[in-house]
Design a protein around this ligand. Structure first.
Ligand SMILES: [Zn+2]
Ligand SMILES: [Zn+2]
Length: 125
């Protein structure tokens, strides 16, 4: 079995709002082990787990509605050159991105820049 085992996840901490990017590999989740994506403040921003070798579950405590959202993907559906956007089902806001290491970093940087520009535009009003 040959495939890119490394994916990245980009989430925002639901406690302090900090943006977190973490790399994880398929092998970290071997034997049903859960991977916790932790923020610097100690808050768990996401939990990822793979019960079998085909799918993995992502659990994200939503910073918008306060509920935990669960997303289920197959490893095959995550090509390393693409990004999947995970959004909150009640507010339709993007809460996380998951995918290849490169595209995740590019998208996160772009989103951060958009956010920065929005904040600047609002403060200049
Ligand atoms: Zn935090
Ligand atoms: Zn939500």
């Amino acid at each position: 079995m040959v495939f890119d085992s490394n994916i990245s996840i980009s989430v925002r901490c639901n406690k302090c709002g900090k943006s977190i990017i973490e790399d994880m590999s398929f092998f970290q989740m071997k034997n049903g082990k859960q991977v916790c994506i932790k923020c610097e403040c100690g808050e768990v921003a996401a939990k990822v787990k793979s019960r079998d070798f085909k799918t993995f579950h992502v659990l994200i405590p939503c910073l918008i509605c306060g509920k935990d959202h669960k997303f289920i993907y197959t490893w095959k559906s995550l090509p390393s050159e693409k990004v999947k956007i995970l959004s909150c089902p009640s507010s339709f806001c993007d809460i996380a991105f998951i995918g290849g290491q490169e595209p995740i970093r590019n998208l996160t940087a772009k989103r951060e820049k958009d956010m920065q520009e929005l904040i600047e535009a609002l403060s200049n009003m």
